[in-house]
Design a protein. Structure first.
Length: 188
């Protein structure tokens, strides 16, 4: 949808996931800002030591908190769905795809209610409400989700003032997201 907005001039730039369509398109200029990460959303009621042991590959005990037995599946297509499915199969094979949500935001609401766990992207995590963050812990599982880029129609880069602005904005966004990711990882 964002590419369509760029194509029909409803937007001059967009922060979006790098896709093969964007990478192969000669009509867009894009700059990689950061590598989005997959975070495991787990209710705060689950012991963080148990969560870290599962992330590190320990086989979970037969008796585990109910939230770890239910997985929220996001039905909307996204670049890293297969990576998420493989991770759950390897690290938490007993987690049944019990809930389905159209969006990752809805999935985190289910997690906040203590009913299950799901994967979300670091980008979504950055935009969640304080209410959800107060009820859910987010753990980096060590897997990339996708590359996030700032994209613009290529012809706009020929305007010197716009090209300079785009370059400055790219630098600011890279700095912001790298600091935000570092802060999140230090919290774990």
């Amino acid at each position: 949808m964002l590419m369509e907005y760029l194509e029909i001039r409803k937007a001059n730039m967009a922060l979006m996931a790098m896709t093969s369509a964007l990478a192969d398109s000669p009509t867009f200029h894009s700059e990689v800002l950061y590598e989005d990460r997959i975070l495991w959303a787990v209710p705060k009621s689950v012991d963080p030591t148990l969560v870290r042991s599962i992330i590190n590959g320990a086989t979970p005990s037969v008796v585990q908190p109910p939230a770890l037995s239910n997985r929220v599946v996001v039905d909307a297509p996204h670049e890293w769905r297969a990576t998420s499915d493989i991770w759950f199969a390897a690290h938490l094979p007993g987690a049944v795809p019990f809930y389905v949500s159209d969006l990752h935001l809805g999935a985190t609401e289910i997690v906040a209610a203590g009913l299950g766990t799901c994967h979300v992207s670091f980008t979504l995590h950055s935009n969640l409400s304080e209410r959800i963050r107060s009820q859910v812990n987010f753990y980096d599982i060590g897997r990339p989700a996708q590359q996030m880029v700032l994209a613009t129609p290529r012809h706009l880069m020929t305007v010197p003032a716009y090209g300079k602005y785009f370059s400055r904005l790219t630098r600011v966004l890279r700095t912001h997201y790298s600091q935000h990711l570092a802060d999140h990882l230090s919290e774990q």
